[in-house]
Design a protein around this ligand. Structure first.
Ligand SMILES: Cc1cc2nc3c(=O)[nH]c(=O)nc-3n(C[C@H](O)[C@H](O)[C@H](O)COP(=O)(O)OP(=O)(O)OC[C@H]3O[C@@H](n4cnc5c(N)ncnc54)[C@H](O)[C@@H]3O)c2cc1C
Length: 338
């Protein structure tokens, strides 16, 4: 069977690779030669099934957790993609921050930790931090390395082109996985949600865990890579422009340094802006769209985490016509467009 995948971001590539593995003849269409237009290029790569999203759309929690369980095997098949299971320390600076963060910790049934218990686990944390919690199941991966590895799997199967209309493609089945570009191709309600992210670099080893914290009402996460890079994210703005702003960078740096003062010595190496593909309920759209067309888009804040399960569900659907019923809450039809 010939399958065309529109979009060579992390979701489209993973679907393409899974279809190829199961014997389909796959072509991936994407206009960006180096593929840096996608949200994946900016994303920190937190694999955090317990975040805010589960309060917005409760059915999403099961999908996030199911995908989280697939990550160790998915990463191992791709080689070294920075998959790291040291876990996440949730931390809070002020009493108000504790009240805000405690909602997530309680939902995840995590035991509260004092400031000194947190510093035993991660000595670089500020002595001003009041409380926190350790989540062993919230891990991280490097999305840039994942995309590189997937591009290797699909070598020779790319067409460098922006697809203007789904009907123009010759394949038997078409999967639209074009992130924010999916709206223009399908009419589905997917909107860009701007996020600014910083990358710092210093001596490796300052942090071992992902830090997910609140500092004086500013929410920030710090994702340390083995090579000394620390990804600091992210703003969340209902905007379509691609400009970093003084206020956005200031808020991220201030919160990061409030939580981990030693980051002040790090070099600021990158300021990037990306757009999360958001939907009206902030849950992804995965399923049959119409005729020979399938959609996998709108993954918003969790597209990296949801990549393995999306690839598996879409490959099942395209090749066999059915998939695990977990997909039923995420169909395009819930927006009345299919
Ligand atoms: C600031 C920020 C931080 C994030 N942090 C995390 C995180 O820590 N963990 C997590 O799980 N997720 C995170 N995300 C979300 C995640 O990056 C996205 O959900 C994910 O990248 C969506 O993958 P995608 O392949 O659908 O879209 P994208 O990664 O955006 O890729 C879409 C691709 O489609 C191509 N395309 C668009 N239109 C067309 C067309 N007409 N024809 C052909 N190709 C087209 C584009 O060129 C692009 O390559 C973050 C996102 C942002 C912006």
């Amino acid at each position: 069977m010939r399958v065309g995948v529109i979009g060579g971001g992390i979701v489209g590539l993973a679907i393409g690779a899974e279809l190829l593995r199961r014997g389909a003849d796959v072509t991936v269409y994407d206009p960006a030669p180096d593929g840096t237009d996608g949200a994946w290029h900016v994303a920190a790569g937190m694999l955090a099934p317990g975040g805010e999203s589960v309060f917005e759309f409760p059915q999403l929690e099961r999908l996030l957790e199911a995908s989280n369980q697939l990550w160790p095997e998915f990463a191992a098949a791709l080689g070294d993609v920075g998959y790291d299971d040291a876990g996440t320390l949730g931390v809070a600076l002020t009493a108000d921050d504790v009240a805000e963060m405690a909602r997530e910790w309680k939902h995840q049934k995590l035991s509260p930790l004092t400031g000194s218990q947190l510093r035993d686990l991660s000595p670089a944390l500020s002595p001003r931090i009041r409380a926190g919690a350790y989540s062993p199941t919230e891990r991280q991966v490097d999305p840039r390395r994942v995309v590189n590895a997937l591009r290797g799997v699909l070598d020779g199967r790319f067409v460098q082109a922006e697809v203007g209309a789904v009907a123009a493609l010759p394949e038997d089945r078409i999967v639209v996985a074009a992130g924010c570009g999916t709206a223009g191709l399908t009419g589905l309600p997917i909107r860009p949600v701007k996020g600014q992210v910083l990358r710092l670099r210093g001596e490796p080893g300052l942090l071992r865990h992902v830090i997910d914290g609140a500092a004086d009402g500013r929410h920030v996460y710090l994702v340390p890579r083995a090579d000394g890079e620390v990804v600091v994210g992210a703003t969340q703005e209902e905007r379509t422009d691609r400009h970093p702003t003084a206020g956005g960078v200031h808020d991220l740096l201030r919160a990061a340094l409030d939580l981990v003062p030693g980051l002040a010595e790090h070099e600021l190496t990158e300021v990037t802006v990306g757009h999360r593909p958001g939907t009206p309920d902030n849950a992804p759209i995965i399923g049959h769209f119409r005729d020979n067309v399938y959609v996998a888009a709108g993954h918003h804040r969790n597209g990296v985490l949801l990549t393995p399960i999306t690839a598996r569900l879409v490959a099942d659907l395209v090749l066999t016509g059915t998939a695990d019923p977990i997909i039923d809450d995420f169909t395009p039809g819930r927006f009345g467009c299919a």
